[in-house]
Design a protein around this ligand. Sequence first.
Ligand code: SF4
Ligand code: SF4
Length: 135
Amino acid sequence: MEDTTTHNQEIFQCSRCGFCCHGETTVSLSPFDQQRMAAELGLSIEEARAQYWRVTGQVVQMKVVDGHCIFYDEAIKGCSVHLGRPERCREWPLHPSILADESNYQTITASCPGLNRELGYAAFCARLKEILDRD
Ligand code: SF4
Ligand code: SF4
Protein backbone atom coordinates (compact mmCIF):
# COMPACT_ATOMS: atom_id res chain seq x y z
CA MET A 1 0.00 0.00 0.00
CA GLU A 2 1.41 3.34 -0.99
CA ASP A 3 1.52 6.66 0.76
CA THR A 4 -0.77 9.09 -1.05
CA THR A 5 1.33 12.06 -0.08
CA THR A 6 4.35 10.93 -2.07
CA HIS A 7 2.68 10.83 -5.46
CA ASN A 8 0.85 13.22 -7.63
CA GLN A 9 -2.80 12.94 -6.79
CA GLU A 10 -3.76 13.66 -10.37
CA ILE A 11 -2.95 10.09 -11.29
CA PHE A 12 -3.11 8.28 -7.95
CA GLN A 13 -5.01 8.52 -4.70
CA CYS A 14 -4.94 5.42 -2.53
CA SER A 15 -8.45 4.36 -1.54
CA ARG A 16 -7.02 2.08 1.18
CA CYS A 17 -8.90 -0.86 -0.27
CA GLY A 18 -6.16 -3.21 0.92
CA PHE A 19 -6.07 -5.22 -2.29
CA CYS A 20 -2.32 -4.91 -2.78
CA CYS A 21 -1.60 -6.37 0.67
CA HIS A 22 -3.86 -9.41 0.20
CA GLY A 23 -3.23 -12.75 -1.47
CA GLU A 24 -1.48 -16.00 -0.72
CA THR A 25 1.99 -14.66 -1.55
CA THR A 26 3.68 -11.31 -1.07
CA VAL A 27 6.36 -9.36 -2.86
CA SER A 28 9.88 -10.60 -2.29
CA LEU A 29 12.46 -8.81 -0.17
CA SER A 30 15.91 -7.94 -1.44
CA PRO A 31 18.83 -8.12 1.02
CA PHE A 32 18.51 -4.33 1.45
CA ASP A 33 14.77 -4.67 2.10
CA GLN A 34 15.52 -7.28 4.76
CA GLN A 35 18.01 -5.03 6.53
CA ARG A 36 15.70 -2.01 6.43
CA MET A 37 12.71 -3.96 7.68
CA ALA A 38 14.61 -5.67 10.50
CA ALA A 39 15.99 -2.30 11.61
CA GLU A 40 12.52 -0.75 11.59
CA LEU A 41 11.23 -3.64 13.66
CA GLY A 42 14.16 -3.40 16.08
CA LEU A 43 15.07 -7.01 15.36
CA SER A 44 18.07 -8.89 14.06
CA ILE A 45 17.83 -10.40 10.58
CA GLU A 46 17.47 -13.83 12.20
CA GLU A 47 14.67 -12.67 14.49
CA ALA A 48 12.79 -10.92 11.68
CA ARG A 49 13.18 -14.00 9.51
CA ALA A 50 11.80 -16.28 12.21
CA GLN A 51 8.85 -14.07 13.09
CA TYR A 52 7.80 -12.40 9.85
CA TRP A 53 9.32 -13.92 6.74
CA ARG A 54 8.63 -16.95 4.61
CA VAL A 55 11.84 -18.26 3.08
CA THR A 56 11.76 -20.56 0.06
CA GLY A 57 15.25 -21.29 -1.20
CA GLN A 58 16.68 -17.87 -2.08
CA VAL A 59 13.29 -16.18 -2.09
CA VAL A 60 12.29 -14.21 0.99
CA GLN A 61 8.71 -13.03 1.25
CA MET A 62 6.57 -11.91 4.14
CA LYS A 63 4.38 -14.43 5.91
CA VAL A 64 0.73 -14.50 4.97
CA VAL A 65 -1.86 -14.55 7.74
CA ASP A 66 -5.61 -14.78 7.08
CA GLY A 67 -5.07 -14.11 3.39
CA HIS A 68 -2.98 -10.98 3.76
CA CYS A 69 0.58 -9.91 4.43
CA ILE A 70 1.44 -10.33 8.10
CA PHE A 71 1.98 -6.57 8.34
CA TYR A 72 -1.41 -5.57 6.98
CA ASP A 73 -3.42 -4.17 9.87
CA GLU A 74 -7.15 -4.34 9.35
CA ALA A 75 -7.77 -1.81 12.12
CA ILE A 76 -5.90 0.94 10.29
CA LYS A 77 -6.46 -0.55 6.84
CA GLY A 78 -2.79 -0.10 6.20
CA CYS A 79 0.75 -1.28 6.67
CA SER A 80 2.07 -1.67 10.20
CA VAL A 81 5.69 -1.57 9.02
CA HIS A 82 5.26 1.38 6.70
CA LEU A 83 8.73 2.89 7.06
CA GLY A 84 10.33 -0.53 6.73
CA ARG A 85 8.23 -1.86 3.87
CA PRO A 86 9.98 -3.43 0.87
CA GLU A 87 10.91 -1.50 -2.24
CA ARG A 88 8.25 -3.17 -4.33
CA CYS A 89 5.57 -2.02 -1.90
CA ARG A 90 7.00 1.51 -2.10
CA GLU A 91 6.85 1.42 -5.87
CA TRP A 92 3.27 0.21 -6.16
CA PRO A 93 1.19 1.11 -8.09
CA LEU A 94 3.24 3.64 -10.10
CA HIS A 95 5.48 1.01 -11.63
CA PRO A 96 7.83 1.97 -14.48
CA SER A 97 6.65 -1.03 -16.49
CA ILE A 98 3.45 0.94 -17.15
CA LEU A 99 5.46 3.17 -19.45
CA ALA A 100 6.81 0.24 -21.42
CA ASP A 101 3.60 -1.51 -22.32
CA GLU A 102 -0.07 -0.58 -22.25
CA SER A 103 -0.95 -4.11 -21.16
CA ASN A 104 0.93 -3.44 -17.90
CA TYR A 105 -1.13 -0.29 -17.48
CA GLN A 106 -4.31 -2.30 -18.03
CA THR A 107 -3.26 -4.98 -15.54
CA ILE A 108 -2.21 -2.54 -12.83
CA THR A 109 -5.16 -0.20 -13.20
CA ALA A 110 -7.45 -3.23 -13.00
CA SER A 111 -5.82 -4.16 -9.67
CA CYS A 112 -5.62 -0.74 -8.06
CA PRO A 113 -8.78 1.39 -7.84
CA GLY A 114 -6.69 4.35 -6.69
CA LEU A 115 -5.31 4.98 -10.17
CA ASN A 116 -6.95 7.56 -12.38
CA ARG A 117 -8.26 5.74 -15.45
CA GLU A 118 -10.04 8.79 -16.79
CA LEU A 119 -6.87 10.33 -18.19
CA GLY A 120 -6.22 7.58 -20.70
CA TYR A 121 -2.94 5.81 -21.31
CA ALA A 122 -0.96 8.55 -23.07
CA ALA A 123 -1.75 11.30 -20.57
CA PHE A 124 -1.26 8.95 -17.65
CA CYS A 125 2.17 7.96 -18.94
CA ALA A 126 3.20 11.57 -19.47
CA ARG A 127 2.37 12.37 -15.85
CA LEU A 128 3.94 9.19 -14.52
CA LYS A 129 7.15 9.84 -16.42
CA GLU A 130 7.40 13.29 -14.85
CA ILE A 131 6.99 11.78 -11.40
CA LEU A 132 9.51 8.98 -11.95
CA ASP A 133 12.05 11.38 -13.46
CA ARG A 134 11.61 13.69 -10.50
CA ASP A 135 11.99 10.91 -7.87
S1 SF4 B 1 -4.66 -1.51 -4.40
FE1 SF4 B 1 -4.22 0.68 -4.80
S2 SF4 B 1 -5.92 1.79 -3.83
FE2 SF4 B 1 -5.94 -0.30 -2.97
S3 SF4 B 1 -4.70 -0.11 -1.08
FE3 SF4 B 1 -3.32 -0.76 -2.74
S4 SF4 B 1 -2.43 1.16 -3.54
FE4 SF4 B 1 -4.25 1.72 -2.35
S1 SF4 C 1 4.74 -4.76 3.79
FE1 SF4 C 1 3.03 -3.38 4.14
S2 SF4 C 1 2.59 -2.45 2.12
FE2 SF4 C 1 3.82 -4.32 1.76
S3 SF4 C 1 2.32 -5.97 1.41
FE3 SF4 C 1 2.84 -5.97 3.60
S4 SF4 C 1 1.25 -4.69 4.58
FE4 SF4 C 1 1.23 -4.25 2.37
